[in-house]
Design a protein around this ligand. Structure first.
Ligand SMILES: Cc1ncc(COP(=O)(O)O)c(C=O)c1O
Length: 500
């Protein structure tokens, strides 16, 4: 039951007659609760998913949400926070495998506290020359040393996440390739059937019509089929359309697939198209020296989205758009006004980041990433990323040891899709329903949360396994547990269920 924050004890009376606690007291009290929460073990952690029912939702809305006239004491407030935050999905639970989980590191949330306390306005050099210097250097390092863009021109901007990174890059692509406004209604954009939905959303925001978007078929490995792309471009040129942009992916959300980047770059180059690559999820694997060859050709794209709040273990609100030539960003987003004239840039090397993206006032998003990378070092990040990749491979191997499971898409960049598909006479009629039930039961039992997606029309289970503290044996145990659930729901009792 949730009790109202306004019931009794509204004003916290401190010894000595003060009615409020010092920021220092508050900080320790809050940190205490944060550390308690973050330090929970598997058994004290509670449900992986605890979505509030109608009663709890009503109570939260009616009793906890709206402020009263008097202050609420910190203990009551933190109790309320406990109730509110408890409800939802534990995206940071080691066995939450849905969407893109968020195994944010301690370094990240602590870095965020630091950043939030300094509360820098990172829009202009004048307002944040220190944090802006860090942001600029981090972006250059990522864009040139990690991705491989040419160092003299490479750059980018920190944004709130993958959707904003995509929107920012799509805007630049439009401005670079369609400078004449009258060409825009004829313009055509090429995505794959596996491109993340935020790209089409961004195109809609930019005013493109759905009929200007081609969703090119994928090959059997869910990678954009470049032959199909070539045909589609030729068709559009025949009907006097203006192809201008192709969006590839490195690490699709469904399967972790990496599009054939070199072929895409060749074709984009030949056809004069802007090549944007959505690496919101997968680009982090560039930091794995043993896997970075998977990304060959990426250095030839024009722009790249890369989220630190996915696989660089950051708390939410931290993504990057990286570009081959940072002048393309300023050419789209640079504005001036008399009320910001005192903060104008003096040299090109000292950026006002408000000229590199959509936001004017913006937090210094780079700082928590900077804090984490410095505190933990690149070797740890590399180990953690490789561990996530390996976990999906372990899950695939464990499935391979069991009969009646089909791998729908092999482990790639920490993502595996599979489904239960008995080959015996007892094969259930509705495999989609069976697999949906397996997912639901696993969640109800708190075994794990593999959610579902659709591949080639079939409902499949999907695991995104990027949590650094999930061990390989634990992953094997989860797979055996899914097998037990599958057999208990869909097979006659004569079948011997596997032990968990
Ligand atoms: C490949 C890909 N691109 C873009 C996005 C959107 O990113 P965000 O949710 O940070 O806006 C996601 C989100 O999961 C993604 O997986």
């Amino acid at each position: 039951m949730v009790s109202s924050v306004h019931e009794g004890g509204a004003v916290d009376k401190m010894a000595g007659g003060s009615t409020t606690r010092s920021p220092r007291d508050l900080a320790f009290r809050i940190l205490d609760q944060c550390l308690e929460e973050r330090g929970k073990t598997d058994s004290s952690r509670g449900s992986i998913m605890d979505i509030s029912d109608a009663d709890v939702t009503t109570q939260i809305r009616e009793d906890l949400a709206i402020p009263g006239r008097s202050p609420v004491d910190i203990d009551t407030l933190l109790d309320a926070a406990r109730v509110v935050f408890k409800h939802g999905v534990r995206m940071d639970h080691p066995r939450f495998f849905g969407f893109i989980p968020s195994p944010a590191s301690d370094a990240s949330w602590l870095g965020e506290i630091l950043n939030s306390a300094y509360n820098t306005h990172a829009g202009s050099w004048m307002q944040s020359s220190g944090p802006s210097a860090v942001e600029m250097q981090l972006l250059k390092w990522m864009a040139s040393d990690i991705v491989g863009f040419p160092p003299p021109t490479a750059g980018g901007c920190f944004v709130s996440g993958g959707s904003m990174a995509n929107l920012t890059a799509l805007t630049v692509a439009r401005d670079q390739k369609l400078p004449r406004f009258e060409d825009r209604p004829l313009a055509v954009i090429y995505l794959s059937q596996q491109t993340h939905s935020s790209v089409a959303k961004g195109l809609k925001v930019l005013g493109f019509h759905e009929n200007q978007i081609r969703r090119v078929a994928c090959d059997s490995s869910f990678r954009l089929d470049v032959g199909e792309l070539q045909n589609a471009i030729a068709e559009d040129r025949k009907s006097n359309k203006i192809p201008f942009l192709v969006v590839g992916s490195c690490g699709t959300t469904n399967t972790g697939a990496i599009d054939p980047l070199t072929k895409l770059a060749d074709l984009a180059n030949k056809e004069g198209l802007w090549l944007h690559v959505d690496g919101a999820y997968g680009a982090s694997a560039l930091l794995s020296r043993s896997r970075r060859s998977l990304f060959e050709g990426l250095e030839r794209c024009d722009s790249l989205s890369w989220d630190a709040h996915k696989w660089l273990f950051q708390t939410y609100g931290c993504g990057m758009v990286l570009v081959r030539d940072r002048k393309t960003l300023t050419s789209s987003f640079s504005v001036s006004a008399e009320y910001v004239q005192d903060a104008m840039e003096t040299e090109e090397t000292l950026p006002n980041f408000w000229n590199y993206g959509i936001e004017l006032t913006r937090p210094a998003r780079a700082m928590k990433l900077w804090f984490s990378l410095q505190l933990e070092g690149l070797d740890k990040i590399e180990r953690d990323i490789e561990h996530g990749i390996r976990l999906a491979e372990v899950a695939e191997q464990a499935l391979g040891d069991l009969p009646d499971w089909e791998v729908s898409s092999p482990a790639q960049l920490g993502i595996l899709c599979f489904r239960y598909r008995p080959t015996q006479e007892s094969e259930p009629a509705d495999l989609d329903a069976v697999n949906q039930r397996i997912s639901r039961t696993a969640i109800e039992e708190n075994l794990a949360a593999p959610l579902t997606t659709r591949l080639k029309g079939a409902l499949v289970l999907r695991i995104c396994s990027i949590h650094p503290s999930l061990e390989e044996d634990e992953m094997r145990r989860v797979i055996r547990g899914l097998d037990r659930i599958a057999r208990s729901q869909s097979l006659p009792a004569s079948r011997n269920p596997s032990q968990v």
